[in-house]
Design a protein. Structure first.
Lengths: 501, 152
């Protein structure tokens, strides 16, 4: 009953004209960047953060969330029609989706992706509504030691489930934590690592790091490839699936939704991992497994449902525990802090309209997306014709304007340029930047809780393992590392992620 | 000494440089004790941990068991061009103003591409300067120095 009350409050908030409009803008922008290859949701959200300063917090968050799940929708369009996944989460969609398109069944593939995403989005929204309150209850029992251990688990989870080398990813976390510490220490008032540069005493701008490392470095890498813009487009014919298609895709959508919802909540989970997981399950369990890779509809339905479900359930740890499970959620933390909202369990009680409004807006956004995507596919496809040589200067312009407006200072522009160079270096050394961003956001929080926990225990480090909840979280983190280090898992993990490239 | 995994070798050095930088500078701040931590405590140990991790990655990259991997071509021109055009925007904005700096940014960054052409970039610059002016200055009411400083 309470759930219904909460949801109705949410819909009341989300159904105002202004919030509907920002939800719509977010969905359109999200679809747009999902369609455009070489521009991901992280860079876009970072780019648009400054533009949301003037908005009320709820409108800003609704729009940013729309960008995130909208990009999951858009990414699948290009994956199916062009074999170019707009986002990493649609890499697996391209495998069978493109094959379907080559056989003149592109429309059906798009329809399947759309319906699967819509269904998954609805279920995930309900999950979010149902699980948020009980989880937040748990969070209120947390002391500093538990919070510290939770962050350790979150960060370890993020690197374990991410691709690439585990040990290098841990290095990126440490570096991110350290970069996050730059600036004035709240307890002593000492300006750390600011070297008498006044702008640095406030710390490095979060937007600068995100834009430099993701936005600029990505541009450099794309330019380096010297690709040409010629694309071959498959014709979109009928959208309507046959009865056999419906029978085959329904169980896949259900499975994909379940897998995605679960993986989305896990730290480090998120859309890309969910899609990989769902594809593997479909391939293993389908009686048509020989059709996979040649245009099996299950290969589209499962991953597409999974990535959308995960995109939405990954809001759960952010909204209930205040811990971002992936880099996009780290950006949402940034957005919330800009609007003076401290992410965590208290959001639900202190700001219920914002909390439930955001959740309700996701459902509305899903309706908008399906209306937006299926009839308008032709328009999105035309956008693909924008050549990269015109696109990337535009990205740079938006980034520069955005960074400048954060605090009306050109200093931030220089810092971002610097992080562009650092980001390029990361890519060359095979260091993934996403854990860095997570560490950067969590750095100050982690230090604060570490400090408080040890203050309470009078310097006794065993406090982290004598408190049962904290111990449980640390054991879970250790288990994750051990599991991944097992030779069998290590091998299959590498296989899964090698497909990503 | 035989560096097999050049990517990891680079990453190891990078982590050690960053780690040492943070750890050594943390010594300038008060350390305190675990029960009463000073501002230097947490960054010092994080920095030390990062240095150790970097050293470990470095050693591993030279072991005969590690996979052979090269860094690949380092495209200095593109890196400097892109970051440089952004930095230049930062330098020019206070003196030349919003409109001119955007145009310059578009031209300079566009010329980093091997597909650069004047006409396309000019149209792109014109479009972007109009669009950003309408969206950010008029629409969102953000404050910029619009025109060159000497005109005011």
């Amino acid at each position: 009953m309470e759930l219904l009350n909460n949801l109705s409050l949410g819909f009341e908030t989300a159904f105002t004209l202004q919030n509907l409009m920002y939800c719509f803008i977010g969905c359109v922008l999200g679809t747009l960047i999902g369609v455009l290859p070489g521009l991901g949701p992280i860079a876009t959200i970072a780019m648009l953060l400054p533009a949301t300063y003037a908005l009320p917090p709820i409108a800003a968050l609704i729009m940013l969330a729309g960008i995130y799940y909208g990009s999951q929708y858009g990414g699948s369009t290009t994956a199916i029609l062009l074999n170019i996944p707009g986002e990493t989460s649609s890499v697996v969609t391209a495998i069978d989706g493109y094959q379907m398109a080559k056989r003149g069944r592109g429309g059906v593939a798009l329809f399947t992706a759309g319906v699967g995403s819509f269904f998954a989005g609805c279920v995930a929204t309900l999950m979010l509504a149902a699980f948020a309150a009980p989880l937040a209850e748990v969070a209120f029992k947390f002391g500093p030691a538990e919070y510290f251990s939770l962050m350790v688990l979150g960060l370890i989870g993020a690197v374990v489930l991410a691709s690439g080398s585990l040990i290098k990813a841990i290095g990126m976390i440490l570096l991110g934590l350290l970069l996050g510490l730059i600036g004035t220490d709240v307890n002593s008032g000492v300006a750390r690592y600011s070297f008498d540069i006044p702008q640095l005493s406030d710390g490095i701008g979060f937007v600068c790091v995100a834009m430099g490392v993701f936005g600029f470095a990505e541009i450099m890498l794309n330019l380096e490839k010297k690709g040409t813009d010629e694309t071959f487009l498959n014709k979109v014919t009928t959208l309507i699936p046959t009865w056999t298609d419906v029978k085959r895709m329904t169980p896949s959508i259900l499975r994909g939704t379940t897998i995605g919802s679960i993986l989305g909540i896990l730290p480090g989970g998120g859309a890309a991992l969910a899609a990989f997981g769902a594809y593997t399950v479909e391939k293993k369990s389908s009686k048509y497994s020989e059709e996979f890779g040649k245009g099996a509809i299950e290969g589209v339905a499962g991953p597409e449902s999974a990535n959308n479900a995960a995109a939405q359930t990954s809001f759960i740890p952010l909204l209930t525990l205040g811990i971002p499970p992936n880099a996009v959620m780290a950006l949402m933390v940034g957005a919330m802090t800009i609007h003076n909202i401290q992410p965590g369990p208290q959001v639900m009680t202190s700001n219920p309209a914002l909390f439930w409004g955001l959740i309700a807006s996701m459902w509305i956004g899903n309706v908008m997306l399906i209306l937006l995507n299926l009839p308008l596919i032709g328009i999105w496809v035309k956008l693909l014709k924008i050549p990269y040589r015109l696109l990337y200067p535009a990205i740079l312009v938006f980034c520069c304007i955005g960074v400048y407006t954060v605090s009306n200072s050109v200093f931030d522009v220089f810092v971002t340029a610097g992080f562009g160079v650092i980001g390029y270096m990361f890519f060359k050394f095979g260091c993934e930047p996403a854990p860095l961003l997570l560490g950067f956001v969590l750095g100050p929080m982690m230090e604060e809780n570490f400090r408080r926990a040890l203050l309470l225990s009078r310097g006794d480090f065993t406090t982290f393992i004598t408190r049962p909840l904290s111990l449980g979280l640390l054991v879970a983190a250790a288990l994750l590392v051990v599991i991944v280090a097992l030779p069998a898992i290590k091998k299959s993990r590498q296989e899964v992620f090698s497909e990503e490239l | 000494m035989n560096i097999r995994n050049k990517k990891d070798f680079g990453a190891g050095i990078m982590y050690m440089v960053f780690g040492l930088f943070f750890a050594l500078n943390a010594l300038n701040y008060k350390m305190g004790t675990a029960a009463k931590m000073g501002p230097g405590y947490f960054p010092f140990w994080l920095g030390a941990l990062l240095t150790a991790l970097g050293f470990f990655i470095l050693l591993k990259s030279m072991s005969s068991k590690s996979d052979e991997e090269s860094i690949g071509k380092w495209d200095w021109r593109i890196m400097i061009w892109i970051s440089g055009s952004v930095a230049l925007y930062g330098i020019l904005l206070p003196t030349l103003g919003f409109l001119l700096s955007v145009i310059i940014l578009v031209f300079i960054s566009a010329s980093a591409s091997h597909e650069f052409n004047w006409k396309g970039s000019a149209l792109n610059a014109l479009f972007l300067v109009t669009f950003t002016y309408l969206a950010f200055v008029k629409g969102l009411n953000l404050q910029f120095p619009l025109y060159p400083a000497f005109l005011n």
